[in-house]
Ligand binder design. Structure first.
Ligand SMILES: [Zn+2]
Length: 152
């Protein structure tokens, strides 16, 4: 066998988002709102050591804050965030679904007050059950297709 090659290059500085729900890497990018000019690697449906498939996202020269990272949990609750500096993991934590999401997402209900050009910031609350469901504070409509509801 020739030298083994790495599927994706290590990054020296940036953020690695691991254990993304398989097939959700692009949704994660949407909710993070990162611009396309970033250098990044995306692995889709790669084998997880824990069994099953996962996606991995490596973003160079961006250190996500915990607040930003928590947005990841909106589309992929199990994701872990690794902050890399000088090739070493300096911080590792799990994205935590925010209880309240303000201003990042739009309500799918066209009649919702948050879509009426009123000075109202959209707001969604995490349901108390384990279904990981968000509901609009104003019209109580369920939030679906989160990645498509990110404000542009
Ligand atoms: Zn609404």
């Amino acid at each position: 066998m020739p030298d083994r090659y790495m599927k994706v290059q290590r990054i020296e500085h940036g953020t690695v988002i691991d254990h993304i729900l398989a097939g959700s890497a692009f949704d994660v990018l949407s909710v993070l709102g990162l611009s396309n000019d970033r250098s990044m690697s995306i692995l889709i449906n790669t084998q997880s050591k824990k069994g099953g498939k996962k996606d991995i996202l490596k973003i160079e020269d961006v250190e996500l804050s915990e607040q930003q990272a928590n947005r990841v949990a909106l589309v992929s609750p199990q994701a872990t965030i690794n902050i890399i500096v000088d090739g070493e993991v300096v911080k590792k934590f799990q994205a935590e679904a925010p209880k309240v999401v303000r201003g990042i997402l739009t309500c799918s209900n066209p009649n919702c007050i948050s879509n009426q050009n009123e000075p109202v910031v959209s707001e969604f609350k995490l349901g108390s059950d384990k279904t990981h469901r968000y509901v609009c504070t104003y019209c109580e409509r369920d939030l679906v297709d989160v990645a498509k509801r990110v404000c542009s």
